[in-house]
Design a protein around this ligand. Structure first.
Ligand code: NAP
Length: 300
């Protein structure tokens, strides 16, 4: 339980409601910033304005999945007021206050380096990233259905990257009856793709491998679908770029060639906010309890 812990939840979308639910169940005392338009009330959680938060008494601060933007602005879909996370707020927290976010950016990296506080990035954890790949794949399937006039079954699908998302994408499209091939650069990934009974190819051969592809799903956060690669794709190919912004596709050249290329960020929050929120809530519950017990000198 998190009795006596004081936690600020600053901003976020519907996923954050699952986090609030979980942490109130664990008996933490929550301060919700950027939630004044939310009708629902949670026992043990009070809605506050940022300026009314006493940062000196906080044990943890939970930011939205994207953290902040490059100016420190926090996304608050349940509020009309702008909320900014500043250096002085971080400096006001006790030294052992832990901050949690999905991902980081240059702004947060700089702030936390200078403030000497711990920032935990949930999506850097394998467990969270693998669980989160499930709603991501469902979103990719939804997009493939919405943006093509042919079935996934029987179509030629190329998946780029065999990371946590790429593996789930490849497996799911294969299970739907697509003819899947996966591009990777490591020999162990080529071996794993082969073991999965999927056709492997080396990313060095990416351009030539694109000749008969109906759907190309990119998970590599690097400019990988270049003009050369696009020049080899049929015009009917649908590109679903799952890699974090700005994606891995030369979108300008794709448009010039008449190839439909879609950058598809934050699919879990779009297709399954409840599940995506529960994934974060479960991870946060374990992490914050671990931190709490560590302070009390106990093992989880
Ligand atoms: P991951 O496990 O780190 O996998 C990334 C993959 O990209 C690996 O196969 C990696 O290969 C490959 N890669 C990285 N840089 C490369 C380069 N320069 N050249 C060739 N291959 C390269 O990441 P993940 O968890 O699968 O996530 C993949 C991307 O999807 C990330 O950008 C993530 O933010 C994003 N994402 C998007 C959504 C959404 O809703 N759209 C949801 C979840 C995640 P190596 O192992 O050889 O480096």
């Amino acid at each position: 339980m998190l009795t006596d812990m004081q936690i600020a939840v600053i901003g976020g979308d519907a996923r954050q409601l699952e986090v609030v639910r979980k942490l109130t169940e664990l008996d933490a005392k929550l301060f919700l910033v950027g939630f004044e338009q939310l009708d629902h009330a949670f026992t043990g959680a009070v809605k506050e304005k940022l300026e009314d938060i006493n940062f000196t008494e906080l044990d943890a601060v939970i930011l939205p999945v994207r953290g902040t933007d490059s100016t420190g602005k926090v996304e608050t879909i349940f509020s009309s007021e702008d909320v900014f996370l500043t250096e002085s707020m971080i400096n006001d927290t006790p030294k052992d206050c832990v901050f949690y976010s999905g991902i980081s950016n240059d702004y947060l990296d700089r702030l936390f380096k200078e403030a000497n506080r711990k920032l935990v990035l949930l999506f850097e954890r394998d467990d969270v990233a693998i669980y989160n790949s499930i709603p991501t794949v469902e979103g990719a399937i939804m997009m493939a259905i919405q943006h093509t006039d042919f079935t996934i079954h029987g179509s030629d699908v190329a998946v780029l990257g065999l990371g946590r998302v790429g593996m789930s994408v490849a497996r799911s499209f294969q299970a739907l009856g697509a003819k899947v091939k996966v591009g990777a650069r490591k020999s162990e990934d080529i071996a794993r793709i082969t073991e999965m009974a999927i056709i492997p190819f080396h990313l060095n051969d990416l351009a030539s491998e694109m000749k008969n592809v109906d759907i190309c799903i990119n998970t590599i956060p690097f400019p990988i679908i270049t003009a050369d690669v696009l020049a080899n794709m049929p015009v009917h190919t649908l590109i679903i770029d799952l890699a974090s912004k700005p994606g891995g596709t030369d979108f300008r050249f794709a448009e010039k060639r008449g190839i439909k290329a879609l950058l598809a960020p934050s699919l879990p929050g779009i297709v399954a906010p409840k599940t995506a929120g529960q994934i974060l809530a479960n991870a946060l519950g374990v992490l914050i309890q671990g931190e709490f017990l560590k302070r009390k000198g106990k093992k989880l």
